[in-house]
Design a protein around this ligand. Structure first.
Ligand SMILES: C[S@@+](CC[C@H](N)C(=O)[O-])C[C@H]1O[C@@H](n2cnc3c(N)ncnc32)[C@H](O)[C@@H]1O
Length: 178
């Protein structure tokens, strides 16, 4: 095989493996699942500020991905809990917490926010699709005291009391009260 054929074979192999990964991901998680998209610091910091998050308080991020919002809360002097259904992301977040030396302030639970018990917290953050928010809403009302703030990136909740909306670059941050 000449050099060109070797490279071509490697590219084809890479494409096939990528396709296999994508198909596997959707088979495991369902086609309509919320994908992991990270919230960068410039949004997560503002989400926490708009939620009135204070040093010493606890935030729970529902669908926590790699823990971006949880780690931002820790930077602000608080405690962060991540709830994430993809175990791989939970393990990765825990590893990051160890590397950052904040495992005592940042914890991650491999749970489904629609079926498993929700941890108590002073503030709730999320970046989920509207369909998930709709199913989540009655659970929030049942699990958290009235007045608890819910900060949602981009997507709205149907009946929670909306108290503020702010556009931060390309993200729309909704602040609700239960
Ligand atoms: C758009 S990402 C947001 C990640 C993180 N909150 C952030 O802002 O960086 C949504 C995350 O929610 C998770 N997720 C979706 N549905 C979930 C469910 N029912 N229970 C727990 N996690 C869920 C996904 O796996 C994904 O990591």
């Amino acid at each position: 095989m000449d050099q060109f054929s070797t490279w071509l074979a490697l590219v084809v192999l890479f494409c096939l493996l990528s396709l296999l990964f994508v198909v596997g991901y959707f088979l495991v998680n369902g086609v309509c699942t919320v994908p992991w998209v990270r919230t960068p610091t410039r949004y997560s910091r503002r989400m926490l500020e708009l939620g009135g998050f204070q040093s010493g308080q606890t935030v729970v991020d529902l669908g926590s991905g790699d823990g971006a919002i949880v780690f931002e809360a820790v930077k602000m002097g608080g405690i962060g809990i991540g709830v994430e259904r993809l175990r791989l992301l939970v393990w990765y977040s825990r590893l990051l917490a160890k590397i950052k030396n904040v495992s005592h302030k940042a914890s991650f639970s491999p749970s489904n926010v629609l079926t498993d018990p929700l941890p108590s917290a002073d503030l709730i953050t999320c970046y989920l699709f509207p369909g998930v928010n709709r199913k989540l809403e009655p659970r929030l009302k049942a699990s958290f005291p009235p007045g608890t703030r819910v900060v949602s990136r981009d997507f709205s909740f149907p009946t929670l009391k909306l108290i503020h909306v702010e556009q931060v670059h390309s993200a729309k941050i909704h602040v609700y009260e239960i």
